[in-house]
Design a protein around this ligand. Sequence first.
Ligand SMILES: Cc1ncc(COP(=O)(O)O)c(C=O)c1O
Length: 377
Amino acid sequence: MNTSRPAVGKYPVENDTVLEQTIARWVPESIRTLKAYHVPPADGLLKLDAMESPYELTDDMQQKWLNELGKVSVNRYPDPSCRVLKESMKKVFSIPESAGVMLGNGSDELIQIIVMLVAAPGRKILAPVPTFSMYEIISAAMGCDFIGVPLKPDFSLDTEKMLSEIRAHQPACVFLSYPNNPTGNCFDEAMIDEVIKSAPGLVVLDEAYFAFCQRSFMDKLDFYPNLVILRTMSKSGLAGLRLGMLMARPMWVEQLEKLRLPYNINILTQTSALFYLDNYRLLQSQSEQILQERVWLESKLRELTGLLVFKSNANFILVKVNDSSQFVFDQLMLEGVLIRNLHQSGTLLENCLRITVSTREQNLVFLDAFRRVLAAV
Ligand SMILES: Cc1ncc(COP(=O)(O)O)c(C=O)c1O
């Protein structure tokens, strides 16, 4: 048997061509043309790009948490049903008794499972745009057509257009981020009711930023059989754990559960989340702190010239700069601050930047840098 292989990096060029052809043969075009979700490196930078919490555990709490982790049997699979964790979540988040609950490796995974459930060639997934980009990325990856319905210039829902597109396309699923990422606003509740009533399939209310706005459709689960609510622990201090929750009528959850991999919530996440839920007041007070900081930062940003500041209900603020947002973004990077440039020319996000709200100390570092950069534009 000939076991010799050419050294890595020395394959003849033709082999890459063969590989490209093989990939083109087996990987659907809908995936080959996709762009993966981009997460930029943030080493050494003040990280204000991903709506994470800036707070870490106190030494005392850290020790208690490590004690809990020390009791875990990592040689065993975790509880696939997350029974104890779900019970705790139901209490802490006042989930109605009648609702079914499913947990995901972040709410990203839950979005993926929802789309997977209804995906079929020609199926449509609809959402107002701009919104959280994973709705479109996952829809395309699952072979569905994504219908983006532009928001009005003030970022409110264009209800008439939404309803007519729903009638025309009969989407299997409608996603509404509430508050909306990246615009930060909550859509009008009565308009959302209209959308839920007129949609032929699922309507997913993604309440990822619930901790900062306290508005929810959770109590409407009993009224609307096609309503699904998503929440995540990521924005209130536990992004690294990867834990999202889905609430819906049990009959929907029964179908969704068939697509969930059995051990998607690992044992360290289950144990850590339980520990944090037992100390939930701590996370809540951190979110309240961020909320106060958002109000403060918004007012400070409004004092700057050359900037339009959009009102936010979340832990981030969207701003539009007069000049190139790419230039401002690059200059901020040189100042050691990473935010998110959302610019897409010809769209509502033209020259828009998104800033995650942090502690007063970090917000001041950002503001100082931002002032210097804007003055230099
Ligand atoms: C609206 C929305 N939904 C879901 C997510 C994903 O959250 P998770 O970290 O739980 O996957 C995000 C993350 O930014 C988001 O903005």
